[in-house]
Ligand binder design. Structure first.
Ligand code: SAJ
Length: 434
């Protein structure tokens, strides 16, 4: 489906960031053409439906498609603004792969005209926006390109990372502050004028390289801080301490705010982006690299403890609570909880049950393990061991009376009132704490 007249904005990549962004820009009254390589995604959106789960996104997309403000295609069309939101994965050596960004720039280049603005939103290693600019310059020698031509450039190129939290994407896309990095100050101003149309948060302009680094730094900062909490939880295990109690007390200090230990760091950002900094400055990043190691090590630690607990109680039925990578979302990609539950299912088979209110069926790796998907009530009635892997609200609110007699391994600290006396895990060195 195409508009009869030229769209105002082309959003290239209709994933977890591109689709909500396209829908929000359309809601602000712009005509948006969303581009994706997948015909299925394009068809889904043109029917007013969505292919990803995100709070309130379905109604928004349905509305803007019905009003003729959002449409999707596999082909880029001429527009005034191009927003690129495609994946930037890393390879097995943690080297960033910007080939999707360059492919998107290659697809946009032929339709560019004087006055257009090209904005990269994908999380990218420092220097990617300049590489994209160089590629456009090579493909369009007829255009005056910022930072290359000495004259006033024909087009503007900028970097503006998203910083939204899955589960709150629409709210945060509108309300969060944005860093907008231009190839030149003029480019930043042009991009700023665009974001002002739909962002309520403060938009701060800078250069493209600083904006690229800012995004990486935000996620590396969080990774390092989660690693501190996870390391503490393993220290507490060794010392026989309740890590939740120690963190609660330490956080009463006015300048201390320790994050929450968990079964490791999941998702597609925090476990990935720090590597882009390490790759750019390997000698200078022992802390960031070590934090990644600590958070990955925490997954192995949890697997070991859970396996010991289950092996020590051969007659007990076990419920793994949660598969998502974090609370109250249905995103199971790169999830430590999923890895822990699947490892237990492979080793212990039908003794392992999984509770995941956000899943209709178990992921593929559970096939033939004998593990089954059950609801939380069945788990509370039938299972003697509960392993809390995700802090979904629906687990958090289970009253003590319904779990007091269970053996609990709570990797998220959602049940501080769980009496350790009822937990043989505690007696066997497997404490409730972490
Ligand atoms: N986690 C903990 N303990 C904590 C906080 C998080 O174990 O105290 C775990 C979560 O369970 C999850 C992982 O870390 O497995 C990441 O969750 P998250 O909520 O910290 O972050 P994401 O991946 O959902 O989103 C992050 C956000 N970045 C920051 O908060 C700095 C978001 O703002 C970014 O837009 C997003 O990455 C992104 O797309 O880069």
């Amino acid at each position: 489906m195409k508009f009869e007249t030229k769209p105002d904005v082309c959003v290239v990549g209709l994933g977890y960031i591109g689709l909500p962004t396209a829908a929000i820009i359309a809601r602000a009254g712009c005509k948006v053409l969303g581009i994706d390589v997948s015909q299925t995604v394009v068809d889904t959106i043109n029917r007013g439906e969505i292919h990803i789960e995100e709070v309130d996104l379905d109604g928004l997309v349905q509305g803007v498609v019905a009003r003729g403000l959002l449409s999707a295609s596999t082909e880029v069309a001429p527009a005034d603004v191009f927003v690129i939101a495609v994946p930037t994965p890393f390879d097995k050596d943690h080297a960033p792969d910007i080939s999707y960004v360059l492919a998107a720039a290659r697809s946009v280049a032929p339709v560019l005209k004087a006055g257009d603005v090209v904005i990269l939103e994908s999380t990218s290693p420092v220097g990617t926006t300049e590489k994209m600019r160089d590629l456009i310059a090579e493909l369009r020698p007829d255009l005056k390109i910022p930072g290359i031509s000495r004259e006033t450039p024909d087009i503007s190129i900028a970097y503006c990372p998203e910083r939204v939290l899955p589960g709150k994407i629409l709210e945060e896309l509108t309300n969060n502050d944005r860093s907008i990095g231009g190839i030149s100050p003029r480019c930043a101003r042009k991009a700023l004028a665009f974001y002002k149309r739909f962002v309520r948060g403060t938009c701060v302009t800078t250069d493209a390289r600083s904006a690229e680094m800012t995004k990486l730094v935000e996620n590396a900062y969080r990774d390092v801080n989660i690693a501190f909490a996870n390391e503490l939880s393993m220290v507490a295990d060794r010392m026989g301490l309740d890590v939740w109690e120690v963190i609660r007390l330490a956080n009463r200090h006015p300048r201390v705010n320790i994050l929450t230990p968990g079964p490791g760091v999941g998702g597609h950002c925090i476990a990935v982006d720090p590597w882009f900094i390490v790759h750019g400055a390997p000698e200078e990043t022992p802390l960031i690299r070590t934090a990644r190691g600590v958070n990955d090590g925490k997954i192995r630690h949890v697997i070991r403890k859970a396996e010991d607990l289950v092996a020590a109680h051969p007659d007990a039925r076990v419920a793994c609570l949660g598969l998502a990578f974090k609370a109250n979302i249905d995103d199971f990609r790169e999830s430590p909880a999923r890895l822990v539950a699947a490892t237990l299912a492979r080793r212990f088979g039908a003794r392992i049950q999984v509770v995941e209110p956000y899943a209709a069926q178990l992921p593929i790796e559970f096939t033939d393990t004998g593990a089954t998907l059950i609801d939380v009530d069945t788990a509370l009635e039938e299972c003697e061991i509960l392993i809390v892997l995700v802090d979904h609200d629906v687990f958090r609110v289970v009253p003590l009376a319904e779990r007091a007699a269970k053996l609990v391994y709570d990797t998220r600290g959602i049940w501080p009132d769980q009496p350790s006396a009822t937990s043989e895990a505690s007696a066997s060195g497997l404490r409730l704490a972490s």
